[in-house]
Design a protein around this ligand. Structure first.
Ligand SMILES: Cc1cc2nc3c(=O)[nH]c(=O)nc-3n(C[C@H](O)[C@H](O)[C@H](O)COP(=O)(O)O)c2cc1C
Length: 372
């Protein structure tokens, strides 16, 4: 029976255990360049079998929030290099999550106040992003009205992902994760309710709505090798004003089947809906499956032992417990992260959470003096 603490062969990359640190945006890159502190933050968490970084935008166009890092300029690549070096020195493995937010963005984040892009010119209702208000001050503002990508624009997006993946290799990452979940660009194309385009990238045919993601995956795999590529999906998360649509289960299962043929590192899924659908998805995608969302030590162990997942993601628990793997291994208590320092700010609530060993009274019971 497999346990969370067994090593795992991720198509040739050995992971020390089956615990994955979730991609988590922390918004601490005011100039979009990964700061020095980020290297410490990830190195502190290098006990994870695999770290998936926060999202990094593949282009200026793909940016949707203030203070998120990019991976499209030489300065950003150099910034990331500090992080990959620090994690590797600490014995960890690290993939970078690549994103393009599509319509979940605001004109204040783009040169000349340009509109964000999307499959169709429909704004995400009731969706806020962290951008600049009318006075140029950081604020939560409604996502702007986007423009529809034309075919040259679609080709440019694919090129941006390919370049970003090559940049990731130059920055020393072990691989990349293409973010196709949480209501961002790829999911906007996949969603049949939103994507009513009349060309080969939209409309009723499932293959049309999957085309942008699959062409991107194939392009990136050509450049860096399929076994360095993961894909994240969140089928029923309903984020970014995306809603249920006709044939959605068939759409996601078709994607799982298409990804299964591509020899990828993994598929990473959250919000798979019912246990029955999760099982169908697992059957359709026969490669390494990473599951995310609300796991505890116990449920994660069950997921790995039962074969429900190959690897299990922990998100929030990694924020306040840099040594999470050791705490789970020894059943040590977990610290809880508050909400106030999740996004933005400095070192507080970021790199100042101690390892458990730092405040345990003695290292081990055996080290305590024997009673007289
Ligand atoms: C502060 C924070 C930032 C997040 N940022 C991202 C992100 O950049 N990309 C992503 O795919 N998911 C993101 N997520 C979702 C997490 O990857 C994960 O799915 C979620 O936290 C559920 O796992 P948990 O219950 O173990 O925390 C974020 C979650 C949190 C709490």
């Amino acid at each position: 029976m497999s346990t969370l603490f067994d090593s795992y062969d991720l198509v040739g990359l050995t992971l020390a255990n089956r615990i994955v640190m979730a991609p988590m945006t922390r918004a601490r890159a005011p100039d979009t360049i990964p700061p020095e502190q980020m290297a410490l933050y990830y190195a502190q968490r290098a006990g994870a079998g695999l770290i998936i970084t926060e999202s990094a935008q593949v282009s200026a166009q793909g940016r949707g929030y203030l203070c998120t890092p990019g991976i499209h300029t030489p300065e950003q690549i150099a910034g990331w290099r500090r992080t990959t070096d620090a994690v590797h020195r600490a014995g960890g493995r690290i993939f970078v999550q690549l994103w393009h937010v599509g319509r979940i963005s605001h004109t204040s984040l783009h040169a000349g106040g340009a509109a964000p892009v999307a499959p169709v010119a429909v704004a995400a209702a009731r969706t806020m992003v962290q951008a600049l208000d009318g006075e140029g001050q950081p604020a939560q503002v409604p996502a702007s009205q986007p423009v529809a990508l034309d075919s040259a624009g679609i080709r440019a997006v694919i090129e941006d992902f390919r370049r970003a993946a090559r940049n990731a290799m130059a920055a020393g990452f072990d691989g990349v994760e293409i973010h196709a979940g949480n209501g961002f660009l790829f999911e906007q194309f996949i969603n049949g309710g939103l994507n009513t385009r009349g060309d080969a990238y939209g409309g009723a045919p499932i293959a049309n709505r999957l085309r942008l993601l699959l062409e991107t995956v194939d392009g990136v795999a050509t450049d860096i090798g399929s076994k360095r590529v993961g894909v994240r999906v969140s089928p029923f998360a309903r984020l970014g004003d995306l809603h249920a649509f006709e044939g959605e289960e068939a759409t996601w299962l078709a994607l799982a089947g298409a990804l299964a043929q591509r020899g990828l590192a993994y598929v990473h899924a959250s919000h798979l809906g019912t246990p029955a659908f999760e099982q169908s998805f697992r059957s359709a995608y026969c490669g390494t499956l990473i599951l995310a969302g609300g796991f505890t030590a116990e449920t994660a162990q069950q997921a790995v032992a039962s074969g429900r997942a190959d690897l299990v993601v922990f998100g929030r628990p990694f924020i306040a417990n840099p040594d999470l793997v050791e705490r789970l291994r020894h059943d040590w208590p977990l610290a809880q992260a508050g909400d106030e320092a999740l996004y933005g700010g400095g070192t507080r609530g970021y790199t100042d959470y101690p390892a458990y060993s730092a405040y345990r009274p003695t290292a081990t019971p055996a080290a305590q003096p024997l009673p007289a």
